[in-house]
Ligand binder design. Structure first.
Ligand code: AMP
Ligand code: MG
Length: 417
C-alpha cells in the first residue's frame, strides 16, 4: 500500500507508463569507439578473440616443468627467453628453465612460473638456483594465465541497451573493434520560462532572479550524451511560448523546459502544449518536483519541469534522465538508480502520499560506521542544498517518520548523473 495522494502518479508507475508510451526515438549509428563514452549501445558485442589469446605468464620469472622440480640438486640452466610478443619457440628442455616476462607465452613443456624474486640468477643469467623451500611451495600451474580465462571467443561481452563506461570501451578495443553501433544523440531544445528571469551576465532588474535552471538542465542532458540547443529565456506569454514550441518541435526530438507548469496565472506551458499537441502525463507523487508534465507535439516529446531549482535537478535525475535514456534505447536494467541501505543519522517527520528525496551526505559516526545526514531544509528552492549534497535519501510514499538509526535508502548523486 503506497498511500499515493489522489490525482498524482507514483514515480515507479510514471516511469513504467513512460517506458511503455515513449518509443525509442533515435536510430542507431556507427561511431568510432573513442566517441562512444556514455552513449547507449545498440548492438550486442560478441568476442572475436579469446583473452588471453595464449597461455601466458602472470609474473616476471622462470617457466619450468613442475615435475622437474622434484629432481633439482644444483643450478638450473636457463635455456631461453620468452618475452611479451616475442615467445620462445621451442620446447623447454628437461631440467631447464626459460626466463619469462609478464604476459609472455608459456613455452611448450612448461607448466609453472616461479617469480624472479624467489630465484637467484648468476651474473649472465645462464643459470638459476632455487631454494628448496621455494621449490616445496611451488604448485603445478602456478602463475599461469590460461587462454580464454578472461574472455572466450564467441562470448557476449556487452549487451545492447547498456550505457558505455570506460571499461566497456576498453573491452571492445581489446577485441579489436574500432567502431560501435550506438544511439544517435537525442536533439533537445531547452528553455526556461518566467518573466522574473534574467540571463547571467545581464543586469538583474529589481525583484528579478538569474536563470539557473537552464544550466542544470543543459548539464544533465549533456551528461547523458544529448545534443542540446539552448533556446534561452521565454516570457510567460501564450503566444511567445506557442511560437517557440512550434518552431522547436520541428527540428528536435525533445523539448525540455523549466517553469510555468503549475496552476498559477502565469503557468502557461500546459495550455500551450494542450493547444499544439497533447499532454500525456501530469503531476507525479514526488517531492520535490510534483508538477511535472510530459506531452508531445507531433513526434516531439515535451517535458515541462517545475521552476524550483531543486525540483528541476531531482525530477530531472530521477524521471527525465531514465526516460530519455530509454528513448535512446537503453535497457531497463541500465536505468535503475543505485539504492544503498544505510542508517539514518537524523530524525524527520513528514506527511505520507509522495515519495520524497532529502539532500544527503554519508558521514562517519563515533563508532566509525557510515550514516546518512540530511540537509537542514527541505525547501525545493534552495539550490545550495544540491551543491552540499553528495546523494539523496529516498523516503517511500507511505513513510511518515524517520528516526535516528532507521534504515533508509541512499542514492549517490554520482549514480544518477
Ligand atoms: P514556477 O514553477 O514557474 O512557478 O517557478 C517556481 C519558482 O522557481 C519561482 O520561485 C521561480 O522564480 C523559480 N524559478 C523559475 N524558473 C527558474 C529558473 N530558470 N532559475 C531559477 N529559478 C527559477
Ligand atoms: Mg514561473
Amino acid at each position: 500500500m503506497q498511500n499515493i495522494k489522489p490525482g498524482l502518479t507514483a514515480l515507479s508507475d510514471a516511469l513504467d507508463i513512460a517506458f511503455a508510451e515513449v518509443p525509442v526515438m533515435v536510430p542507431a549509428q556507427e561511431r568510432p569507439i573513442q566517441e562512444c563514452y556514455g552513449a547507449v549501445l545498440r548492438q550486442d558485442v560478441i568476442a572475436r578473440v579469446s583473452v588471453p589469446s595464449v597461455d601466458n605468464s602472470a609474473m616476471d620469472g622462470y617457466a619450468m616443468r613442475h615435475a622437474d622440480l622434484a629432481n633439482v640438486d644444483g643450478p638450473i640452466p636457463v635455456a631461453g627467453v620468452s618475452l611479451a610478443g616475442r615467445p620462445f619457440d621451442g620446447v623447454l628442455p628437461k631440467g631447464a628453465a626459460i626466463r619469462i616476462a609478464t604476459g609472455a607465452a608459456i613455452p611448450s613443456g612448461a607448466d609453472c612460473v616461479i617469480i624472479q624474486e624467489n630465484v637467484t640468477a648468476n651474473d649472465d643469467e645462464t643459470e638459476i638456483t632455487i631454494d628448496p623451500d621455494v621449490i616445496a611451495r611451488t604448485s603445478l600451474h602456478q602463475n599461469i594465465r590460461w587462454t580464454g580465462e578472461d574472455i572466450k571467443a564467441g562470448d557476449k561481452v556487452l549487451s545492447a541497451g547498456g550505457i558505455l563506461r570506460p571499461q566497456d570501451i576498453a573491452i571492445v578495443a581489446g577485441q579489436g573493434f574500432s567502431v560501435l553501433s550506438v544511439a544517435r544523440p537525442l536533439k533537445i531544445a531547452v528553455f526556461s520560462t518566467g518573466d522574473e528571469l534574467a540571463r547571467p551576465g545581464d543586469i538583474l532588474p529589481p525583484g528579478g532572479i538569474y536563470d539557473s535552471n537552464r544550466f542544470a538542465m543543459i548539464g544533465m542532458l549533456r551528461d547523458i550524451g544529448c545534443e542540446v540547443t539552448d533556446l534561452g529565456l521565454l516570457a510567460d506569454d501564450f503566444e511567445v511560448l506557442e511560437n517557440a514550441l512550434t518552431d522547436a518541435a520541428k527540428n528536435h526530438d525533445v523539448i525540455m523546459t523549466s517553469g510555468g507548469v503549475s496552476v498559477g496565472k502565469a503557468d502557461l506551458l500546459k495550455p500551450v502544449v494542450d493547444r499544439l499537441g497533447e499532454i500525456t502525463a501530469w503531476k507525479l507523487a514526488i517531492k520535490p518536483g510534483k508538477p511535472l508534465m510530459r506531452g508531445k507535439i507531433g513526434n516531439c516529446l515535451v517535458i515541462g519541469l517545475p521552476g524550483n531549482p531543486v525540483s528541476v535537478l531531482v525530477s530531472g535525475l530521477l524521471y527525465v534522465v531514465p526516460v530519455l535514456r530509454h528513448a535512446m534505447g537503453a535497457s531497463r536494467s541500465a536505468l535503475a538508480p543505485v539504492r544503498i541501505p544505510v542508517c539514518a543519522g537524523f530524525d524527520f517527520t513528514r506527511r505520507a502520499g509522495r515519495r520524497e528525496w532529502l539532500r544527503a551526505r554519508l558521514v562517519q559516526n563515533a563508532d566509525g560506521a557510515f550514516e546518512a545526514i540530511a540537509f537542514s531544509s527541505t525547501s525545493s528552492g534552495m539550490l545550495s542544498s544540491m551543491v552540499w549534497a553528495e546523494g539523496l535519501i529516498e523516503l517511500p510514499e507511505s513513510c511518515t517518520q524517520v528516526s535516528k538509526g532507521d534504515r533508509v535508502l541512499y542514492l549517490p548523486l554520482s549514480g544518477l548523473q
